[in-house]
Design a protein around this ligand. Sequence first.
Ligand SMILES: Cc1cc2nc3c(=O)[nH]c(=O)nc-3n(C[C@H](O)[C@H](O)[C@H](O)COP(=O)(O)OP(=O)(O)OC[C@H]3O[C@@H](n4cnc5c(N)ncnc54)[C@H](O)[C@@H]3O)c2cc1C
Ligand code: SF4
Length: 500
Amino acid sequence: MANERGFIELPLVAEARESVATRITHFNEFIATLSDAQAQQQASRCMDCGIPFCQNRCPLHNDMPDFNKMVAEGRWAEAYQALISTNDFPEITGRICPALCQESCCLGLYQPHEVGIKSIERKIIEYAYAHGLVRSLAPSASTGKAVAIVGSGPAALACAVRLNRLGVKVCVYEKMDQIGGLLRYGIPDFKLSKEVLDRKIKQMATEGVEFKTSTLVVANQDANPQLDPGIHSDHQAVVSLDELKEQYDAVVLAVGSETPRDLNLPGRALHGIYFALDFLIAQNKENQGKGLNPIEVKGKKVVIIGGGETASDCIGVSIRKGAASVTQVDYHEELPTEINVREVWPNARPIKHTSTSQEEGCTRLFATNTTEFVPNKDDPSTVGAINTVQVKWGPKRKITPIKDSAGSLEADIVLIALGYSHPSQQAFSKAALAQDERHNFKAATQGANAFQSSDQQVFVAGDCRKGQSLVVYALAEGRDCALSVYQQLMALPCRTEQSA
Ligand SMILES: Cc1cc2nc3c(=O)[nH]c(=O)nc-3n(C[C@H](O)[C@H](O)[C@H](O)COP(=O)(O)OP(=O)(O)OC[C@H]3O[C@@H](n4cnc5c(N)ncnc54)[C@H](O)[C@@H]3O)c2cc1C
Ligand code: SF4
């Protein structure tokens, strides 16, 4: 503990952020990294409480008490080493993690604000880049093993970086034209700058990770493979899982949970109704100079159906694109803005959260279910409104429509942001890998066969195993999967020995 009275005397130091009026004029990040002094003050608030609930709650089990102490004492190089011992991507989590750890911080029980762990994490890695502490960790020797990783989101990247450093030759196959998964094509630039992602990918390439983009992997070679509706691909080449199994000692599938949940209601076929990622991917591409987003929302009434991060990102993008109005329709009931933290600590707080995008100016409707898409009176092929009904939630998540509560909402553009159910069924239907009841790939996360699918040579990690989740869980699964693959491969003879 660097400062024995820090937790009593020092207030939270929040990261500076641009005003709403300024930030909605551009797509750049608008939250600043703490200064050295601010980060040291913030880290001095850590109580070193003995049982670090924050560390337990973080899926990566980052070592906050240690790196907080090191930052508070100005021992930046040591703090960087402590941080990267568990987290290979702090520049990502320091920006877009919902900071589960902070809900479990003991200080939150006694003070209005817990330690700003996420902001310290971001500061440590940005300090490390600025001061030349980030060095290539290319392996000094090769194991002779080779692994193909399919997908390039956080689970794939976390797996690749660790396996490569362990001396395994790694090649990452991605169907889109650039590396990053949802970090690249999904999460908007104002939350995560793509320069931050590129800096990391460049470092990984320097260390020896190979990347193959625009390459779709399917269970069986098929000249014209189909993907489920709503799944995007820029592929120019197709490779089969069997080919990868021939060429590599193991294959890791980290293909995400890309199949969007639809709303099959009357009027769904009307023009002007899109999946959220149709809009978000096109905007990420427009920002990279790859053509204009074909979904034009300028001057239009945009209705976003859904309550999660994806819906929130659609709000921020719509506002920046000049929508006349943005309304979010959420079928969950509105939560209170405050609760007694002691009743729920150290678990998640069931309170109403307001994202930075929601702060930028949208109308939020709660306990509102969509019942129908209504044609535009002047152009009946296009959506003009949605019909809704108010709902009440009961036991076992049963929702009941409230009598006489039907309503209608004008809509020129509707974005469906209801989450994602599983990886592409069509791409992998012939792989015959065991699935769970939600059609994600089945594998344990503990034990000798951790992350191994029903095919011994194929491992699975991230959203395609766990189901739609968070970046920090994908990073943790990718990291832990790498260790499991490594341990299993090292117990096998080299491919050259096998064929001798
Ligand atoms: C719009 C949006 C915003 C989000 N915001 C946040 C946030 O702020 N914070 C947070 O913690 N989480 C957020 N999430 C969730 C988070 O992005 C995911 O949980 C995480 O990216 C999952 O990582 P992954 O590596 O498992 O899969 P993904 O990131 O989905 O990556 C999978 C990759 O595999 C590729 N792929 C799929 N099939 C094939 C194939 N057959 N051949 C080759 N490549 C293939 C895909 O193209 C994709 O690049 C958000 C999700 C969305 C949709
Ligand atoms: S990765 Fe997320 S949960 Fe873990 S320490 Fe960082 S902000 Fe907290």
